[in-house]
Design a protein around this ligand. Structure first.
Ligand code: MIG
Length: 800
C-alpha cells in the first residue's frame, strides 16, 4: 500500500507556480509552470469541484456517482487576485489559490478558514500500471472531527483512523476490519461548529487518513484516476449531507410494504417450509411483510431458474403467499454458470457480454454454481439485457423484490477473493481494467436489476437490495451490511454502521438482525430487534448453519417482547414513511446521529449509541448482556420518556431503566406522532382512523405527515397529502393547526388525538374556530384523548 511516508520517499511530484488561469463559464482552469492543470468548477454557491491533471490531459469527464437530475447553479461567481493569491468568491464560500504552489484554502464569507491544503495535490507516477497515484493532504485543526465513509465498521468519529475502499466480501467481519462491501469515498469534517464535506469521486482503490499517520493532517489518495473531488460547505452537517445526497441522488419512494418486517434465511426451501414459515407468522400474530428466497431456490444456482423439486409451481406459491399478505423476494447473484445447456450463458456468450481478461480469455471464477463467467454490468447494453431477464421472475411469477449478493464481485478460492486486476470493463465506453471498475461493479449490477424490476413490476414500485455499492448507488437499491455475526459487538457495529450509511447518502439500510453467522441468544436477538425496528430496512437473516432464527424459536418471552417492538414499528409506519418521503424528496437522512442533530454541543461529537429516528424520536439501543438499563446522553431540549411520559431536560447523561422488555426511547416535546393500528402486514386493513400522539410543549413545534397510496406512481402526479401540524402550547391552552397540501383521498376518516404531558385539565374546546362540546369530540379524560375529523383545520383546547 502506498502511504504518505512511502510516497514521500519514492518522490512525490508537486505543481509548481501558477502561470495562468482562464475562466470558462462556471469553471476556472489554472495552469502551473510544470504543466499541472486544476479546474475549479462552481457547482453551487456552497459546492466546488476540483480536478487536477498532471500534464494537462484530463480524462473523459464521466462519473457513475453523480445524479444527472441534481440541482445546479449558483448566484455569484467573482474572481479577484493580488500578488500572492487568486480568489474565487461565491455567495457562500471563498476559495483561495496560492500562486506559488497552487494550494487551495476554503473560507466562509465571513473569512473564517474552513479547510486548507497542507501539501495539497501531489502525485507519484505509476510505472507499473500507467497514470498516477493521486494524492491530497489537508491541514487539520485542533478539535476537528470526522464522519462518513459508508459502511466502515469502526468508531463513528473517524479521527485517528486510516481506511480504504475496495469492495470486499468480508464474511464475519469484525470491528475495525477494513475493507467491507461498499466504497463511499465521502466524509464530513467538523470544527469550530462548522462542517464541510469532501467527496472524492474516484472508483479506484481510495484511501483516507484522518490524523492517523500525522497528528494534524488528513489525507486522501487513490491508486489511479484523477484527483477529482467536491468540497461541500455546510455549515451544518445536515446541509453537507443533503447537498452530497442531492449530488449523488436518492431513491424513489419505496413501496410501503418494504418498510415492514422481513424474514430471511439461507435458505427457506422447499415450498412446504416456506408455507410453514408464513403460517407461523400469522399464527403467532407476528407482523411480517416479506419472505426471502436465498440461492437454493435456483436450479444448481443458475440465475433466473427454479429448482422444480423444491418449488414445482413458483407462480402459484408466490400468489398464495401474497394472498396471505407476504411479498416474496428472491436473490440473484452475478455469476453465470458455464454450462452449454444454460440459455443465459449461451446468449451472453453469443452477445459478448461477459467480462474478459486482458489477453482475451473470459474471466472465469468459482462461485456457488461452480465455474462461472460474469456479465460486464459497466456496459449499458449488458445492463439492459440483464434487466430484461426479470420479465419472467417479476412480470410473470410475481416476485416482488430482488436481492443482489456477491457483487463486490466475490470470487471463491482466489487470492483477493475477487477478479484479477487485469480484467477489462466497458465502463460505459471508457474502457478500463478492474482496478478502476471494481468498486462500481456492484452498483452497476444493482442498477441493472433496479431497471428490470422497475420495468416489470410497473405500475407498482420496485424493491431491490444490494450488498456492494458505490456513492450514488442509493438511487438504485436499498442495502444491508453483509455477513455480520451474532455477537454483542456486532450489535454495536449495526448501530454505528447504519447511522454512518445514513449520513453517507444511504438511508435505506439495515443489518442481518440477530447476526448472519453464529446464533444469538434470546437476549441478543431481542436487543437486536429493538434496534432493528428503528432501522430503515428491517430484516432478520441468518446463515442457516447455526440454528433457527425465527422470533418464536427463542421461547415465549422473547416472542412476546420482539412482537411488541415489531408492532411498534407497524404503528409508526406513517411516521417512518414520512421520514422516507423527506429522504427521497429532500435528501434528509432517516436516522440522524447526535452530532447531526446538535453539532454545537460538543458532547455529541464522540457519541454514537444514541440517534434520532425521523424527526422526533431519540433512540438508544441496549448493547450489552445482562443489564437492566444504561447510561445515555440526552441531547439538549426537553424530551418525553416514551414509556411513562416523564419529561426530562437534555444536555446531560443519565441512567435509563431498560429491562429486557424495554429500551430507551424519548420523544421530543411538541412532536405530533402519527400512528396506525397494528397490522399483520401493510394494507391488511383499510385504515379509517389513525392516532395522533401530541406531546405538549410550552412553545411552538411543527410536525409533518406524508400520505399516499403506499405503492404505485400516483404520488408523482400530485396524488398525495402532505399535512403540516403547527402546535402552540401555553400554560393554560394548546392550539393545533393542520394544513393539508395535496389531493389524495384515503380511507382515513378520523384522527384519535391523545395528549401527553398536558399541564391542565381540558375544560373547553373549539374546532375549526367553532365552540364544540367536549362530548361531541369524544373527550376521554382518563386517556386525555379526543376524536376529530381527519380534515380539521384547527383545534384549540383551553384548561382551567
Ligand atoms: O457466500 O446466498 O451475504 O446474506 O445468505 C455466501 C447465500 C453467499 C452471502 C450473503 C448472505 C447470503 C449468502 N451469501
Amino acid at each position: 500500500m502506498i502511504t504518505n511516508t512511502e510516497l514521500e520517499k519514492k518522490g512525490n511530484l508537486f505543481p509548481s507556480k501558477l502561470v495562468s488561469y482562464e475562466q470558462n463559464g462556471d469553471s476556472i482552469c489554472f495552469t502551473s509552470e510544470n504543466g499541472v492543470q486544476l479546474i475549479i468548477t462552481v457547482v453551487r454557491d456552497s459546492m466546488l469541484r476540483l480536478r487536477y491533471a498532471t500534464d494537462g490531459i484530463f480524462e473523459n469527464d464521466f462519473s457513475y456517482a453523480i445524479d444527472q437530475d441534481q440541482s445546479h447553479g449558483y448566484s455569484v461567481l467573482d474572481i479577484t487576485e493580488d500578488d500572492e493569491f487568486i480568489w474565487i468568491i461565491t455567495e457562500q464560500i471563498k476559495c483561495r489559490i496560492t500562486r506559488k504552489d497552487m494550494r487551495t484554502a476554503m473560507f466562509d464569507v465571513e473569512g473564517a478558514l474552513i479547510l486548507q491544503d497542507e501539501l495539497g495535490f501531489h502525485w507519484e507516477e505509476s510505472f507499473e500500471f500507467g497514470g498516477n497515484y493521486v494524492k491530497m493532504s489537508k491541514s487539520t485543526v485542533d478539535g476537528e472531527n470526522f464522519y462518513g465513509l459508508g459502511d466502515k465498521p469502526t468508531s463513528f468519529n473517524l479521527k485517528g483512523k486510516r481506511l480504504s475502499n475496495w469492495n470486499t466480501d468480508q464474511y464475519a467481519f469484525g470491528k475495525d476490519l477494513d475493507e467491507l462491501y461498499k466504497a463511499i469515498p465521502f466524509y464530513i469534517g467538523l470544527h469550530s461548529a462548522k462542517a464541510y464535506g469532501i467527496f472524492f469521486d474516484n472508483t479506484f482503490k481510495t484511501h483516507f487518513d484522518f490524523c492517523h499517520e500525522r497528528r494534524n493532517i488528513t489525507s486522501f489518495w487513490a491508486d489511479g484516476g484523477e484527483m477529482n473531488y467536491y468540497f461541500i460547505y455546510g455549515p451544518k452537517i445536515g446541509d453537507v449531507v443533503t447537498k452530497y445526497t442531492n449530488l449523488t441522488g436518492r431513491p424513489e419512494l419505496p413501496p410501503m410494504w418494504a418498510l415492514g418486517y422481513h424474514q430471511s434465511k439461507w435458505s427457506y426451501y422447499p415450498e412446504a417450509k416456506v408455507k410453514e414459515l408464513a403460517a407461523n407468522f400469522r399464527n403467532n400474530r407476528f407482523p411480517c411483510d416479506a419472505l426471502y428466497l436465498d440461492i437454493d431456490y435456483m436450479d444448481g444456482f443458475r440465475c433466473f431458474t427454479w429448482n422444480k423439486d423444491y418449488f414445482p409451481e413458483p407462480k402459484r406459491m408466490v400468489e398464495e403467499l401474497e394472498e396471505d399478505g407476504f411479498k416474496t423476494v428472491a436473490i440473484i447473484d452475478p455469476g453465470i454458470k458455464i454450462d452449454n445447456e444454460y440459455p443465459i450463458f449461451k446468449d451472453g456468450l453469443e452477445k459478448d457480454y461477459f467480462c474478459k481478461r486482458a489477453d482475451g480469455p473470459y474471466m472465469q471464477g468459482k462461485v456457488w454454481p461452480g465455474k462461472c463467467v460474469f456479465p460486464d454490468f459497466t456496459n449499458p447494453k449488458v445492463r439492459e439485457w440483464w434487466a430484461d431477464h426479470y420479465k419472467t421472475l417479476i412480470g410473470e411469477i410475481g416476485i416482488k423484490g430482488i436481492w443482489n449478493d456477491m457483487n463486490e464481485p466475490a470470487v471463491m478460492e482466489v487470492p483477493g477473493k475477487t477478479f484479477p486486476l487485469d480484467v477489462r470493463h466497458d465502463y460505459d465506453g471508457n474502457r478500463c481494467s478492474h482496478r478502476k471498475a471494481h468498486n462500481i461493479f456492484g452498483m452497476q449490477m444493482a442498477r441493472a436489476t433496479y431497471e428490470g424490476v422497475r420495468k416489470y413490476i410497473f405500475p407498482k414500485r420496485p424493491f431491490t437490495i444490494t450488498r456492494a455499492s458505490y456513492s450514488g448507488g442509493q438511487r438504485f437499491s436499498s442495502t444491508w451490511t453483509g455477513d455480520n455475526l451474532a455477537s454483542w459487538e456486532h450489535l454495536w457495529l449495526a448501530n454505528t454502521q447504519i447511522q454512518r450509511l445514513g449520513i453517507s447518502g444511504f438511508s435505506f439500510a439495515g443489518t442481518d438482525i440477530g447476526g448472519f453467522a453464529d446464533q444469538p441468544t434470546g437476549e441478543l436477538f431481542t436487543r437486536w430487534i429493538q434496534l432493528g425496528v428503528f432501522h430503515p430496512f428491517c430484516r432478520v437473516h441468518s446463515s442457516g448453519d447455526h440454528g433457527e432464527q425465527e422470533p418464536w424459536y427463542f421461547g415465549e418471552e422473547v416472542l412476546n417482547i420482539t412482537r411488541k417492538f415489531v408492532e411498534l414499528r407497524y404503528q409508526l409506519l406513517p411516521y417512518l414513511y414520512t421520514a422516507f418521503y423527506q429522504y427521497c424528496k429532500d435528501n434528509i437522512p432517516i436516522l440522524k446521529p447526535l452530532v447531526y442533530f446538535d453539532q454545537e454541543d460538543i458532547q455529541t461529537h464522540y457519541r454514537s449509541d444514541e440517534f434520532i429516528f425521523g424527526e422526533h424520536f431519540l433512540i438508544c439501543p441496549i448493547q450489552e448482556p445482562n443489564v437492566q438499563g444504561r447510561r445515555m446522553y440526552i441531547p439538549r431540549g426537553q424530551w418525553y420518556n416514551f414509556w411513562n411520559d416523564t419529561v426530562i431536560e437534555g444536555g446531560k447523561e443519565l441512567w435509563v431503566d431498560a429491562p429486557l422488555d424495554s429500551m430507551p426511547i424519548y420523544v421530543k416535546e411538541g412532536a405530533i406522532i402519527p400512528k396506525y393500528p397494528v397490522q399483520q402486514y401493510v394494507d391488511e386493513i383499510e385504515i379509517e382512523e389513525i392516532n395522533l400522539d401530541i406531546y405538549y410543549k410550552n412553545g411552538k413545534q411543527n410536525s409533518v405527515l406524508y400520505e399516499d397510496d403506499h405503492d404505485g406512481y400516483d404520488y408523482k402526479m400530485g396524488i398525495f397529502n402532505f399535512r403540516t401540524f403547527k402546535l402552540t402550547g401555553k400554560t393554560n391552552d394548546i392550539f393545533v393547526q393542520q394544513h393539508v397540501n395535496g389531493t389524495y383521498k384515503s380511507s382515513l376518516k378520523t384522527m384519535k388525538i391523545t395528549f401527553h404531558g398536558l399541564p391542565f385539565t381540558i375544560k373547553s374546546a373549539t374546532v375549526n374556530n367553532e365552540d364544540v362540546s367536549l362530548e361531541s369530540i369524544g373527550y376521554d379524560n382518563e386517556r386525555n384523548s379526543i376524536i376529530l375529523q381527519e380534515n380539521f383545520t384547527d383545534l384549540h383546547l383551553i384548561g382551567e
